[in-house]
Design a protein around this ligand. Sequence first.
Ligand code: CA
Ligand code: CA
Length: 419
Amino acid sequence: MPDIAVRIKWGYVPGQPGNPGGAQEVGITPCDVREVTDINGVANIDGADSSWTTASTIFVGSNNDPQVYFGSSVFVAEGNLNVTAGGSVSAAQLGIAGRNISIGVVNITDPGSTVSVNSVALGKTSTTTFTFGSNATLNISNAGLLDVTGDVNVYHGAINLDQGTINAANLVLRGAQLIHPAGLGETGDTAVTLTGTGQINADVSNLGGTVSPGLSPGILNIDGTYTQAIDANLAIEIAGLSAGIGHDQLAVTGVATLDGMLDLTILDTAFAPTLGDSFDILTASSVAGAFSDVTGTLIGGTTRFSVTYLADRVRVEVVATAPHLAGDLDDDGFVGIADLNLVLSRWNQASPAGVWSLGDVSGDGFIGIEDLNAVLGNWNAGTPPPPDASAQVPEPGAIVLMAIGVGVLGGGRRRSETI
Ligand SMILES: [Ca+2]
Ligand SMILES: [Ca+2]
C-alpha cells in the first residue's frame, strides 16, 4: 500500500462541499465563490513511496467551466502539481488550466516520476475554442515520464521537455487553428509551444503551434510521425555544425509531412555560417510536402540559407547568391527604418561575424558605427514595403541627428574597447 503524500491548500477535495465525489482538483475555486480573488493549490507527490491514484480527472489550475467572471468577480485559480523523486500519479484524465484566466503548472521530474492518464488537455477542452489569459504549463525533466494511453491536446499552453519522455497515441498542438469562444468579445491568446530535448513516443500534429527543439541547441526525438500544418511553425536555432550541440534538430522516426513556417535563427556570436555549411534540421523515414514560408534565410551580402528536401531529411545549406541590397538587413527589399532599428537594437553588441540579419554588415563581429553607416549610406534604396506594413520613416533631419548622436556614442565606446 503506497503512502499518499498530497498537500492541497485552499483547493477542494472529493467529499467536501462543492465537490461531492467529483474530480480531484488542485487550485480550484468552487464556481459559486465570487468574492475570492486568488485561489491557490499545491499537490506534491514526492518520493518513490508517494502516489496519488484516482479514477476521476485531476484538474490543475481550474476546470473547464464555460463561465468567465469579469470585474469584481474575476478570480485567478492557480494550481501546481509536482511529481518528483519517483512519485507517481494515476488518474483518468489530466486537465491543466482549463478555464480562462487560470494558471496550471505540472512538473514531472526525476527518474521514476510518472503521471499515467488516459488523456491530457492544456487549455480549454474543446476542439474549437481556447482559453484566454490562462497559463497552462507542463514541464517534464530529468527522465520524468508522462504516460498517456490516448491523446495529449495543447489548446493553449506550453510543454517543456528537458530530457523527459511523453508516451501517447497523439500529441496535438492546436493553438492558432482555434477560434475564440463565441460571444465573449475578447481577443484570444493562441500561444502553443513544444520546446526542449527528450523523447516523444507519439504521432505529433502541429496544427497551430511552435515546435522548438532543444534548449538552445538540442535534439527533440519523435518516435512516430510529425505533421505540420499551414498555421504552424518549426523554430530552428543554428550555432554550429553538429546536430544537438551546434544546431537544433527534430528527429522523427516516421513520416514528416510539412507545411507552414520554418523559422531559422543564428544564435551563437562565435559561429558564422560560411559557404558550403549544411545543417540537417529534420530527419524522418520520409519527407512529404514543404514549408510554405522560411524566415531568417539572409546570412551575409552574398550568402543565404537554402532549404533542401531530401528523401529522409530537411537540410539547410549555405549557398551563394547575387549581392544583396546593401543595408537591407531585414531582407524586405528596402533600406529603411526597420534596418536602422535592427542595428540600433543590437548596438555595441557582439555578433556572428558578417551576419547581416543580425546587424553585422562590416563583418567584424560587432555591431557599431560601420554597420550604421552601411544602412544610412544606402538609405531609401529598393522598393518600400506597402504603407500599411511599414513603420513611419523619420524626417531626413532626424536621421542626420540620430546618426551624429549614435556616431559619437559608438565611436567613443569602440575606442575604449580597443585600448
Ligand atoms: Ca529592409
Ligand atoms: Ca560590425
